[in-house]
Design a protein around this ligand. Structure first.
Ligand code: EPS
Length: 377
């Protein structure tokens, strides 16, 4: 069974991951992983931290001469910023009176976290709640993406909306290939320019932007997930994993919330049999029926809330004094929607690698590939 464990604070020494359950002899392209880590740091509207970091996955165990061994794959992504924070973060002893955060930020984990974990300093909460943790999920997901690619399964996606600026067009998977080279991962020039202007406006006002992304999966055969037990339903697992990414407040499959607005005749994808195979002319189900992949493209969308650290500061109270205050703000991203898009691709890759390995088993890639090839479309 493929399983990911992560550890690491945002300004600690490193972020650490252990990815268990990969079969032996999967060829690892570490440079490709690092390209995805760089994409996670990219995108219009990112803040100062990304100028400090050049995230790289360093594999510590589980791979020899580019091939997985079948043993747990251990890795880290070091925090370059640690040298500036060691005096306030070092496990062996440090000055915790500085960098203390008590003007808890609305929308962040600060207030609920300090109460739950019996802390007086919200730094002890935000260090782990920070989206910096997603560097681990990005790295591990990029390995899972390579596992899926060996079976012919590909993942793509793009940014559809930035703070109210929406591109309503539909795009074929192939049209999205180059989109990550664009500053906001938006395929349309005019919409992208409009969205960038919106980010500039919000930055000037000390405000932040969220957005909506679409994630697509091509080439997954039918029958992954199960209609038999609720915990195995593929849509439940994918949406649950997407919702576990920092700042995600909504997620949907295919037509999503739109299914509640139309009659069944305009929702369900009629089935035909042509040239020896089952075909659909629409994909409102987003590639999942009965909690199982149906062989069509999987289409997922998620909405990210604006980053809760606002330079203009929101009304709050000081956690220690209970006095009215303006929420803490040091530095922040104005928009991190591109990061969100690429992280969600990786999170989806991880869930799909898990469901594939659960169904097919296999201790080595030869077994996995053979078993996958034997499945019906
Ligand atoms: C992030 C690093 C963080 C933030 C962001 C994500 O860096 P710092 O807190 O040092 O500026 O840019 O984290 C948050 C949005 C958050 O709320 O903590 C990263 O590498 O993704």
């Amino acid at each position: 069974m493929i399983r990911l464990t992560s550890a690491g604070e945002s300004h600690g020494k490193a972020l650490i991951g252990i990815l268990e359950g990969l079969p032996a002899n999967l060829e690892i392209d570490i440079e490709e992983v690092n390209e995805y880590l760089a994409l996670r740091q990219s995108g219009y509207g990112r803040g100062g931290r990304q100028k400090i970091e050049t995230d790289r996955m360093e594999i510590l165990a589980g791979v020899r001469n580019r091939l997985t061994l079948g043993s747990p794959l251990a890795f880290w992504v070091q925090n370059a910023d640690y040298k500036n924070w060691q005096a306030y973060m070092a496990p062996e002893g440090c000055d915790v009176s500085k960098k203390c955060l008590t003007r808890v930020r609305p929308g962040h984990a600060d207030l609920t976290g300090v109460k739950k974990f019996d802390q007086t300093d919200a730094r002890n909460i935000l260090e782990r709640a920070s989206a910096r943790e997603t560097a681990v999920r990005e790295a591990a997901g990029s390995i899972c993406r390579q596992f899926l690619k060996a079976l012919g399964v590909e993942i793509g996606g793009y940014v559809r909306t930035v703070c109210g600026v929406t591109d309503e067009k539909e795009y074929a998977f192939e049209q999205l290939r180059e989109v990550k080279k664009r500053p906001l991962f938006m395929p349309d020039d005019n919409k992208q320019a409009e969205a960038m202007a919106r980010i500039d406006e919000l930055k000037a006002a000390g405000d932040t932007a969220g957005g909506i992304v679409e994630i697509r999966v091509r080439g997954l055969k039918s029958g992954f997930g199960s209609c038999m037990t609720y915990a195995e339903k593929l849509d439940g697992r994918l949406i649950g994993a997407m919702m576990s990414v920092q700042a995600i407040k909504g997620a949907e499959v295919g037509m999503g919330f739109g299914v509640g607005l139309r009659p069944g005749s305009r929702v369900h994808d009629a089935i035909y049999f042509e040239d020896g195979k089952y075909v659909r002319k629409t994909n409102n189900a987003g590639g999942i029926e009965g909690g199982m992949s149906n062989g069509e493209e999987i289409v997922l969308r998620a909405a990210m809330k604006p980053i809760p650290t606002l330079m203009q500061g929101l009304d709050t109270v000081d956690y220690l004094t209970h006095e009215k205050a303006i929420a803490a703000a040091e530095r922040s991203d104005v928009a991190a929607i591109c990061a969100c898009e690429i992280i969600l691709e990786s999170v989806v890759a991880t869930v799909l690698a898990q469901v594939v390995s659960e169904r097919l088993g296999g201790d080595n890639m030869r077994e996995v590939v053979k078993r996958y090839e034997e499945l019906p479309q």
